[in-house]
Each structure stands twice: as structure tokens, then as C-alpha cells.
Design a protein. Structure first.
Length: 308
């Protein structure tokens, strides 16, 4: 089937490629936010723990490679916080003659940081590029799409077959309570978890000031409330095994489990699962209107600048 779009744009968070990139990258992430320098340096240690190279970039490259085998459109990639940055990508799209593109955000849920902020990033990049910048339409949130959920359900089923007495816990990135109150983030997460199977929803990767309310309980606090046993952790809030998964779960949560005598198994994220790739292909071939079902995502659709 012929898509009405001329290109697919992958829009993601970005991550450092080397130790030298870590501090500039984190300064980009935290610009405009009142985060103490010591917190930035503490997070930098997470990246240094993995050699200073974020997994997210290679995972996005793998996603693009898998999509190229399924989608007969040019695929571009632009990040919020590190190269390739969105303005450079959209400028390249303009230079290549792209006028109408579909955007896939590497976030399944509604929240300011996971949806509307990316829309603002695109609009800012379009304005920077100016005349001729392509119009860009966003793929809807896909938190309840079987192509996203079924791979995790299959893996949870396999794990429970081996560990029938294990407790299932779902994890997602914590966000400020004030942001959660203006979105359907929690409701969408709860729906996704219920569609996969029984379990408890907890949060991880909090980065705010100690006095600011964020979504709880934290995965480590929840683990400390448990007796020794088995736990299956499902990172339902993420699409790839990036830093928050590899460090906050595979390192920190695993250390907590070891201290408490809890056996832990972490379910892989969807990554490049064929069902997930087919889901994205279907969005390209069978376009749907951009659906932002939360107040925080209610900004006007991202369109071509008026000067174009």
C-alpha cells in the first residue's frame, strides 16, 4: 500500500556516544531546570558505569534498520538532547525535498515529557529551519496497541511458566505528580498493565528535587517491602533497554534484590520485536489522525510553518 507520507521521522531522547559527551548531554537534558550540579554528576556516573555510551542511540539505529526492511519510505532520525538533533534532521529533510512526514515518538504514553514536549521540539526545529520545513504528523500514542503489548505478554507468560510463584511488577518512569495530574499517563499505564496481566505498577528513575512530589512507589522501596522470593520486573513504560532500564533496573534494582534475598528476572522491552515493527508499519500504511488524549498533549497539531 502507498503511504500518503513521503518519509518517516523517528523522534527520540538522545544519549551520549562517549565519556566526553556525557556532561554536555546532561546539561542539554537539564537546561532550564533547577537541578543541583551534584545531581547531574551523580547521573553522569550511571553513564560512566556503561563506558559513557548510552544504549539508546544504537537501539534507535537497530529500530531504523528493522523498519527499513518493512517500510518503503526514507527514514530520518532526530533527537531532543543529542546528535542527530532535530533541527539538523528537519533541515536535511527539507533539503531532500520532503514536504510531508509521519513522526514516531519513542514514547508510548501521554505526558508532557513523552508527547507534547516532543511536539514543541519539532515546532521549534521547524521554525529554526524556516521556509520549506516539512509538515509533520504524529503517530498516536500506542500504549494499548497489541503490537506493543503482546511481545511483553508473551515474555511474561514464558517467565511465569518457569517461575509460577513469582510476583509480577510493572515499572515506568516516574514523573512529577503535577505533570501526572494533567495527563492520562497513569491511567494509560494501568490499562497497559491490565492488558498484559496481573501485577503491581511501580515507578523508577525519579530525578526531581526531594521535596517535589513524584509518582510512587519507587521500585526499590517496593522491593524493600517484600519478603524473599521471586519477582518478574516488566519495564512496561519503555520501548528499548536504554540507560534507565540497564542501570536503574539491571544494576540498582538487582542489587536491592540481592540484598533482600529476592530472585529477580527482568523482561526485555519490545525493542525490534517483529510485532512491534509491524505495528509501526501499519501506522505508516494506514494513517490515523494524531490523537492526544491528555490535557498536556492538547497543543495544536504540529504543522508546516506559515512561511513555507
Amino acid at each position: 500500500m502507498t503511504s500518503p507520507y513521503q518519509a518517516l521521522l523517528i523522534v527520540s531522547f538522545g544519549g551520549p556516544e562517549s565519556r566526553e559527551d556525557v556532561i554536555p548531554f546532561l546539561e542539554n537534558v537539564l537546561r532550564g531546570r533547577n537541578v543541583p550540579r551534584e545531581r547531574l554528576l551523580a547521573v553522569a556516573e550511571h553513564y560512566y558505569h556503561l563506558g559513557g555510551r548510552s544504549p539508546i542511540n544504537d537501539q534507535n539505529r537497530a529500530l531504523i534498520e528493522a523498519l527499513r526492511k518493512e517500510i518503503a519510505l526514507p527514514i530520518y532520525w532526530g533527537n531532543r538532547n543529542w546528535h542527530p538533533m532535530l533541527p539538523a534532521t528537519i533541515r536535511q529533510m527539507r533539503d531532500d525535498g520532503i514536504q510531508n512526514a509521519l513522526a514516531f515518538f519513542t514514547s508510548a504514553y501521554s505526558s508532557y515529557s513523552g508527547c507534547r514536549q516532543y511536539r514543541e521540539d519539532i515546532a521549534r526545529a521547524q521554525a529554526e529551519v524556516g521556509e520549506g520545513a516539512p509538515g509533520i504528523t504524529k503517530i498516536p500514542q500506542f500504549y494499548n496497541n497489541p503490537g506493543f503489548l503482546n511481545p511483553m505478554r508473551d515474555r511474561v507468560t514464558e517467565a511465569l511458566a518457569e517461575w509460577p510463584d513469582a510476583e509480577v511488577v510493572y515499572t515506568a518512569h516516574s514523573i512529577p505528580q503535577s505533570m501526572a495530574d494533567t495527563s492520562r499517563y497513569v491511567a494509560q499505564l494501568e490499562e497497559a498493565c491490565n492488558l498484559i496481566g496481573p501485577g503491581t505498577l511501580v515507578y523508577q528513575s525519579r530525578s526531581g528535587a526531594p521535596g517535589q512530589p513524584w509518582l510512587e512507589p519507587d521500585i526499590n522501596d517496593w522491593l524493600r517491602s517484600k519478603r524473599p522470593g521471586k519477582v518478574i520486573i516488566v519495564p512496561v513504560g519503555f520501548i528499548s533497554d536504554h540507560m534507565e532500564v540497564l542501570y536503574d533496573l539491571d544494576t540498582e534494582a538487582r542489587e536491592t534484590c540481592h540484598e533482600l534475598g529476592i530472585e529477580m528476572r527482568r523482561i526485555p522491552t519490545v525493542g525490534t520485536d517483529p510485532q512491534f515493527i509491524a505495528m509501526i508499519r501499519d501506522y505508516v500504511e494506514h494513517p490515523q489522525p494524531p490523537i492526544c488524549t491528555a490535557t498536556c498533549c492538547a497543543a495544536p497539531p504540529v504543522r508546516k510553518p506559515a512561511s513555507a
